[in-house]
Design a protein around this ligand. Structure first.
Ligand code: EPZ
Length: 423
């Protein structure tokens, strides 16, 4: 397993391109199962999560190939059973359920396990698909959904105890594109990645309105056709590098971003005292670090609120921001694995009942730390950029799930990092 050694103290300068969105790419790749025609998807980041999804499509019988950032997928004749070995490795595989059920009238997918950020139930996904007419059985750790007479439109409310479900909205929306009649999804997730999926589906011939709001209306059609699509920028990668620039930068520029998707992240970083300037088009931003900063209070919320996927990275920034910050994760209350590792580096953080209270310290110190999940590992890299000494971050595979070429991008900005192959 690779390690990343980060020698703290370098000042980040210069500009990098932000990659296409991992979390938009995954459901869009799954949506290619809805047609037997060629689909061309551009700016799919080369990360292990998207490569898992490509492997799942291939294992289902699709003809899939990737050439640099472009994926061509043709799902002419696919099986209805997702391969357990691959599905168990990535929770997001669950988003093949809706398209497979709609295309084949049946699908078998293994129940995703939980993960370190918390229990990952799929009850809302199943509530929606059952409302569309699917019969659901559980056996041997698998979910089997059948709809031998096809799916029928329905009115569905997808609200859960922790708010809307992103992939649950995706699954139901994809299934509803081929259902007979009208489907209305209330309490839908409004993330930009859901809207990007809806735009992809509409280009395939679907009839979806309201995506990007809490109420999505889908009028079922008989079939969908092949399409070409370019995935939106990855707002979480952009936010991660914005936090890095606020921590250790001196005028870092990020290209291929989308200002609209970054509003809550920009507001939080500016509230702590830094400045972020966007160009007219809103696709390039420059982060100006400020020495005079202050703690902030953050509560994660469904889009357009502050994203839970940026909670760990902001905690790393606030660990050395003077003052007290209070960070509450309402979506994944257990998503604080990074705090124990940050404390090993000297951070002053107390976590209790889904809330972290951070007292900013003058400086963190290097320590051997262990990545636990995708965003927690990004937080450790950020903290190490400014820590005194050289920090070794092990289990780097967590980072490689969702950040394309992160070490190369950091090196381009002047960070002193090196990826060490474990013997
Ligand atoms: C998506 O996961 C993202 N993943 C996650 O990003 C992100 O953290 C999450 O949305 C929340 O924004 C992808 O898009 C691939 P949810 P998803 O269903 O859809 C509860 C990353 O770092 N819930 O929106 O699986 C759930 O427990 C990843 O890139 C139910 O109760 O998350 C959570 O508390 C990590 N029942 C809340 O809803 C369900 O059936 C939101 O989960 C489904 C979810």
């Amino acid at each position: 397993m690779d390690k990343l050694v980060v020698h703290g103290g370098a000042t980040l300068r210069g500009a990098i391109n932000i990659s296409g969105s991992k979390n938009a790419s995954l459901p869009i790749l799954a949506a290619t199962l809805l047609t037997g025609e060629d689909c061309i998807i551009r700016r799919v980041p080369d990360v292990s999560d998207t490569n898992y999804m490509i492997q799942i499509l291939s294992a289902l019988g699709a003809d899939v190939e990737r050439s640099s950032g472009t994926v061509r997928a043709t799902c002419a004749d696919v099986s209805d059973q997702a391969p357990y070995e691959l599905v168990r490795r990535m929770r997001a595989s669950i988003c093949v359920m809706g398209p497979l059920l709609a295309r084949k009238g049946r699908c078998v997918v293994s129940l995703p396990g939980g993960c370190v950020i918390g229990d990952r139930p799929v009850d809302l996904h199943l509530r929606g698909l059952e409302a569309l007419g699917a019969k659901i059985e559980f056996e041997g750790g698998n979910i089997t959904l059948t709809a031998k007479d096809g799916l029928r439109g329905a009115e569905i409310d997808l609200r859960g105890t922790h708010g809307p479900t992103v992939l649950g909205t995706d699954n139901v929306m994809m299934a509803a594109t081929l259902a007979e009649g009208i489907t209305i999804i209330e309490s839908a997730a409004a993330e930009p990645e859901v809207l990007d999926l809806a735009n992809f589906l509409n280009s395939m011939g679907a009839k979806i309105t309201g995506a990007g709001t809490r109420r999505i209306v889908i009028e079922g059609v008989k079939e969908l056709h092949g399409v070409e699509h370019t995935v939106i920028p990855d707002r979480i990668e952009a936010g991660t590098f914005m936090a890095a620039a606020a921590l250790a930068g001196d005028g870092v520029t990020l290209r291929r971003v989308c200002r609209e998707h970054l509003k809550a992240i920009t507001a939080a970083i500016e509230q702590s005292g830094h400045r972020i300037d966007f160009n007219e088009a809103g696709d390039v931003c420059t982060v100006h670090r400020n020495e005079m900063t202050q703690g902030v209070n953050l509560v994660t919320a469904p889009y357009p609120g502050y994203p839970t996927d940026m909670q760990a990275q902001m905690t790393a920034l606030l660990a050395t921001t003077p003052g007290i910050s209070v960070i509450k994760d309402t979506i994944f209350p257990q998503r604080f694995m990074h705090c124990a590792e940050l404390k090993r580096m000297g951070a002053d953080i107390r976590v209790d009942n889904g809330t972290a209270v951070v007292h900013g310290v003058a400086q963190l110190s290097a320590a051997p730390v262990m990545a636990s999940d995708l965003r927690a590992s990004a937080a450790l890299v950020l903290a190490a950029l400014k820590a005194k000494g050289s920090t070794e971050i092990s289990r780097l595979y967590h980072i490689d799930r969702g950040y394309e070429l992160i070490d190369e991008k950091l090196l381009m900005l002047g960070a002193h990092v090196e990826r060490v192959k474990d013997r």
